[in-house]
Design a protein around this ligand. Structure first.
Ligand code: HEC
Length: 184
């Protein structure tokens, strides 16, 4: 199995001994300090996260296990710096853990998410990613909505009662979220 973390582009890390992998759900190399970055422990069998600890934490990150998706957790960091985290989870009734490689978080200039690896990245995508993190992540993982169009999002905002609080969202913001989901 391969440990894949997408924060610095798609980097491949060495094989892990216990057959689990850890992946960032954000596919770009965006460096984010002020919005939460989701990670997922992927496994062929069901996994339930217990906690995420930091082995080192220069970036002053906090972690939160997603209340809806038990294999997903979010990290939100306050500063630039590197972090190593360890996710502890239960699989087949046994407690196991996976440790990340060292991940560098860089501060976005002026609060705008930068994409140091990118070149030509549409700023709407980065803004859509931030909007998704704030407004949608509590209930959806980005990959589960991959490719959703703006009209599909809007029609669900109009029809799904749990999403009714989003009715004040502008069409522009909805289309930025669609741009982000389309980039996955
Ligand atoms: C409070 C929970 C909640 C939040 C927050 C939320 N949704 Fe939903 N969403 C739902 C529920 C419930 C459904 C309907 C059941 C389903 O399809 O999962 C749904 C359905 C959807 C669907 C249709 C799913 C499909 O199969 O195509 C889309 C698209 C969607 N939401 C997008 C969003 C976007 C984008 C945001 C943020 C702007 C968002 N949702 C925020 C709860 C939520």
């Amino acid at each position: 199995m391969i440990l894949r973390v997408g924060l610095l582009g798609v980097c491949l890390f060495p094989v892990l001994s216990f057959g689990q992998s850890l992946s960032s759900l954000f596919p770009t190399s965006a460096h984010i300090t002020n919005i939460s970055v989701p990670f997922e422990v992927t496994s062929s069998t069901a996994v339930e996260l217990v906690k995420v600890d930091f082995v080192s934490n220069q970036a002053q990150c906090k972690s939160l296990v997603d209340p809806h998706f038990k294999q997903v957790f979010h990290i939100r960091c306050k500063a630039a710096g590197s972090v190593v985290f360890k996710a502890t989870y239960i699989r087949n009734g046994r407690v196991e853990a996976v440790t990340s490689p060292s991940l560098a978080f860089t501060a976005p200039a002026g609060g705008v998410i930068s994409d140091p690896g990118g070149g030509g990245t549409d700023p709407s995508i980065a803004q859509g990613q931030a909007l998704f993190s704030t407004n949608c992540m509590a209930c959806h993982s980005p990959t589960s909505l991959r490719g959703s169009s703006a009209s599909r999002i809007q029609s669900n905002i109009n029809s799904v009662s749990q999403m009714s609080f989003l009715r004040s969202m502008s069409a522009e913001d909805v289309s930025k979220i669609a741009a982000f989901l389309g980039s996955l």
